[in-house]
Design a protein around this ligand. Structure first.
Ligand code: HSE
Length: 411
């Protein structure tokens, strides 16, 4: 029997307890022995709960107990999670965490400590909740050169965009509904500004390149500027708009970014709706693979944590070679990546055809009834070239008291 401790008895931590109880036999068979919760660390008491007698308030009780071999970190945030996790690894305990902020900010150091101490720092639940993605990368796809990872990595924003798409709801209303349903936080900034997706794509990029990725270098745009009018155009064009995190490996260069992306019906991510997440991984031999499921939520995320506990139990005396080194992976300037661009312009197309064609050549143009504006979709071009031509167009439009209303990257 292996003694384990859980730090943080919130949604995910209590979910881990539930998974360990419900799947006790399955997990014992997989791990080769039972996983027994010795302590649950939280500031609060939980009278009447199944872990009432296991609650401790002092971290040192866990850290100093040599019987505890595996520690789960489901506290979230950077502190005290970072200090506690570091101390546990230094004390020779394995870690299973769901905390993407911790992994993105301190993963390099924590992985190095785990290597030195011959234990494991595991974080399957930090990206894509219950979707297997970290383990497929270091096990199933270990013989592949990964060319691209593109994913819908945030359930809250995918829920909001799906509402806007399917029901014509405004961003503000969709956000309020997401909050009422408990999907979005009271302060939704990390989700809607794309910061959560940014940390997740940084972790995946580091997994693929084997080098440290500074998430602050990844250009990140959220969904707060996407409107219901954008979705009217998307609908007319047979497309949808999704918040996507993407990394393309091109020779030694990595183009990584987070932004809303307009995708067509034939794109594998098109049908990924509501709070679901999906991650597309392209390898040089295997081609395209995709991983789909619940990207957040109590039991799906807890299931991924439990699987990491089994992984740790099976490698209790050794370090699995995963993650990345302290060598830095540069992120190539976003303006070198090639995309199509969807642009909305005020006024009528008829009067502006020449200036649009002079700037971008022949484009697909959409005019919707009842709107004093039009939209066009460029051909594939580097972002740098697009931005230069867009500036020229803006100057010409200003002379006519018109303006560019929206720009969205498109596949
Ligand atoms: N806020 C995140 C989401 C939680 O909506 O996907 C899971 O990381």
């Amino acid at each position: 029997m292996i003694k384990v401790a859980i730090m943080g008895y919130g949604t995910i931590g209590s979910g881990v307890c539930e998974v360990l109880e419900s799947n006790r036999e399955v997990l014992a068979r997989a791990a080769g022995q039972e996983l027994d919760i010795k302590y649950v660390l939280d500031l609060r008491d939980f009278p009447g709960s199944p872990v009432e007698k296991k609650i401790v308030h002092d971290f040192d009780v866990i850290c100093r107990d040599p019987e505890v071999k595996i520690v789960v970190e489901t506290m979230g945030g950077l502190e005290p999670a970072y200090s506690f996790v570091k101390a546990c690894l230094e004390a020779g305990k394995h870690i299973a965490t769901s905390n993407k902020a911790l992994v993105a900010a301190h993963g390099t150091e924590l992985l190095a400590i785990a290597r030195k101490k011959q234990v494991n720092f595991l974080f399957e639940a930090s990206v894509g909740g219950g979707i297997p993605i970290i383990r497929p990368l270091y096990r199933c796809l270990m013989g592949e050169k990964i060319k691209e990872i593109t994913g819908i990595l945030n359930g809250t924003t995918n829920y909001i965009l799906t509402k806007m798409d399917k029901e014509g709801t405004s961003f503000d209303r969709a956000l309020k509904e997401a909050q009422a349903l408990g999907y979005a936080e009271r302060n939704p900034e990390a989700d809607v500004e794309g910061y959560d997706t940014c940390r997740k794509i940084a972790i995946l990029t580091a997994m693929v390149t084997g080098k440290e990725v500074n998430y602050e270098e990844i250009p990140t745009e959220g969904i707060t500027k996407i409107t219901d009018v954008d979705f009217k155009y998307a609908d007319a064009m047979g497309t949808s708009i999704k918040l996507v995190g993407s990394a393309r490996m091109d020779g030694g260069k990595v183009h990584a970014w987070v932004a809303p992306l307009m995708i067509g019906k034939d794109h594998p991510l098109y049908a990924v709706s509501d709070v679901y997440n999906a991650i597309l991984v392209k390898g040089n031999m295997v081609g395209t693979t995709m991983y789909y499921g619940s990207g957040a939520g109590k039991l799906p995320t807890a299931s991924a944590v439990a699987a990491d506990m089994v992984e740790a139990a099976r490698h209790i005396d050794s370090n699995i070679s995963i993650g990345w080194s302290s060598e830095k992976q540069a992120i190539a300037p976003a303006d070198q990546a090639v995309y199509r661009f969807f642009v909305r312009v005020s006024g009528t197309y008829e009067d502006r055809r020449d200036m649009v064609e002079a700037a971008f050549g022949k484009c697909k143009v959409v005019e919707l009834e009842g709107l004093d504006e039009f939209a066009f979709l460029t051909g594939p071009m580097k972002r740098s070239g697009f931005m230069e031509n867009l500036e020229i167009l803006k100057v010409e439009l200003t002379a006519e008291y018109q303006k560019v209303l929206q720009v969205i990257r498109a596949e």
